[in-house]
Design a protein around this ligand. Structure first.
Ligand SMILES: [Zn+2]
Length: 355
């Protein structure tokens, strides 16, 4: 799309306006694993409803286990939490809880990842997963004015044959999802492992995205672009180790869906002050802010914006506006819809400047 120009009223905003701007500007969220929005309270409520035994005595004991050392230590607990999801109503309740939190943070559009293999491997029917999420999407649109789309993710620690079988099992609901992604343990599972299933997905008109360059090397970002032909990179922060790649990403404007709190919690960066997002923004990349697995990483979308801006005094209102504008540019919505959202963003800047 054409370059999005900042509204004139942005010039009148200072860092003092940041709390209002971050909270009230409309934004899209493009990197949220819906299973990662399961709060301990809901995990226990669903465990009771479905008579599932959990290896934790209480909500507090579960929350206390969220002391992750890396991606794998998180994934082990994440899969335990997802074990309470059995019926269509469980997927509906989980997604509605997320949509309510997101709407309170100013999210007007969300593109949700879901992991069918996490559920079908436990005997949960694909129908329960997709229909439950789809019913919540319709409810969120009607009651919260929040639009959304689904992106089916393949678990990369499993083999490609499993991914192909999962795609086939989901095809009766082809109209329910707009794209496919690649998540779970990155190291040792390069994108090219899934070249054939992604080729089939592209032929079906599905939008391809992939996690790359979170814990894995910049080479994984390159192969996600060249061999999977992804239209967005999820995370992608390790591109900073490859200046040529940074230039390529800036020129192509292939978006990165960056997740600041996740990166600190999983020790991709030691401190928020060390996060490279400001550097990538200055280099002209289409970076966006997202929450990844908000129930596990200490915050939803607005918490991510706040933590990032608190740790980086160099970031100002123009950067906040740019990140929100990028989130709309990077979305898979129709161009006319994006234009409407960018206009709503400009109006929110005007409203804050004229108070
Ligand atoms: Zn993720």
């Amino acid at each position: 799309m054409d370059e999005i120009l900042p509204p004139a009223a942005l010039e009148r905003l200072t860092r003092a306006h940041l709390p209002a701007l971050l909270a009230r500007m409309p934004k899209a969220e493009l990197h949220i694993h819906i299973e990662g929005s399961l709060e301990p309270e809901l995990i226990f409520a669903l465990a009771r409803r479905n008579d599932v035994a959990l290896p934790y005595a209480s909500e507090q004991a579960l929350r206390a286990a969220y002391a992750f050392t890396d991606l794998q230590s998180f994934l082990d607990i994440y899969y335990a939490g997802a074990s309470v999801l059995l019926r269509e109503a469980d997927f509906f309740d989980m997604a509605m809880a997320y949509f309510r939190r997101a709407a309170a943070d100013g999210v007007i559009h969300a593109e949700l990842f879901f992991d069918p293999q996490t559920h079908t491997a436990r005997g949960v029917p694909m129908r329960a997963v997709i229909e439950g999420l789809a019913r919540a999407q319709a409810e969120a649109e009607a009651t919260l004015g929040l639009s959304s789309a689904l992106i089916l993710c393949f678990l990369r620690h499993l083999d490609e044959a499993d991914a192909i079988a999962t795609l086939e099992a989901a095809l009766p609901w082809r109209e329910r999802f707009i794209g496919v992604g690649l998540d779970s343990s990155e190291r040792g599972h390069p994108p090219e492992k899934f070249a054939r299933v992604f080729a089939r997905c592209r032929a079906l008109g599905l939008r391809p995205v992939a996690h790359a360059g979170e814990e894995g090397p910049p080479a994984y970002i390159r192969t996600a672009l060249d061999e999977l032909r992804v239209q967005r990179i999820d995370h992608g922060v390790r591109c900073v180790d490859d200046p040529d790649l940074v230039r390529t990403l800036a020129q192509s404007r292939v978006p990165l869906t960056v997740c600041p709190l996740s990166n600190i919690k999983l020790r991709v960066f030691a401190r928020m002050e060390d996060h490279v997002l400001p550097e990538l923004l200055r280099a002209g990349l289409c970076v966006t802010v997202n929450s990844d697995d908000p129930a596990y990483f200490g915050g939803y979308l607005l918490d991510n914006y706040r933590a990032l801006f608190a740790a980086h005094p160099s970031l100002g209102p123009r950067d906040a506006w740019r990140l929100a504008a990028n989130s709309f540019e990077a979305s898979f919505a129709e161009p006319a819809t994006k234009t409407r959202w960018i206009q709503a963003l400009a109006e929110s800047v005007d409203a804050i400047a004229s108070r």
